[in-house]
Design a protein around this ligand. Structure first.
Ligand code: 5GP
Ligand code: ZN
Length: 114
């Protein structure tokens, strides 16, 4: 856990936020500034700053992130219509929170850049 990290604070429970999913490895929340009718974030509890910091040892947590995204797609009702999973990396990638997270975007026809 990083002491000044927003998503670490949420994952550890220091900051109370409504969670759609919460397990030993990951949690999921609604994005505060949704860019699609449904915009969720799937977030590992481990403080991984970004995609550049991923190693093969992160396989289990990455697998859980995708599995949770798929489960949410079904439970939230957008699996059949389709959706986008995206990880922004660095300034040009649009990353603003430097704790790895997967965007789950759904509910409208997404353009090439989302
Ligand atoms: P990034 O830009 O790093 O890929 O994604 C960070 C996301 O976190 C943004 O879409 C932003 O709207 C979201 N976000 C930032 N602060 C908060 C917050 O306090 N609560 C929630 N639910 N989402 C947040
Ligand atoms: Zn963190």
């Amino acid at each position: 856990m990083s002491s000044d990290c927003l998503f670490c604070a949420m994952g550890s429970g220091v900051m109370d936020v409504p969670k759609l999913h919460d397990d030993d490895l990951v949690f999921a929340i609604r994005d505060i500034n949704p860019r699609a009718p449904t915009h969720l974030l799937v977030i590992p509890k481990e403080h991984i700053p970004g995609a550049l910091d991923i190693t093969e040892a992160h396989g289990p947590v990455l697998g859980r992130m995708y599995a949770v995204a798929a489960a949410l797609a079904r439970s939230e009702g957008f699996a059949d219509n389709g959706f986008r999973l995206a990880v922004n990396c660095g300034d040009d990638g649009g990353q603003t929170v430097y704790h790895l997270h997967m965007h789950v975007l759904a509910g409208r026809r997404l353009g090439p850049e989302g």
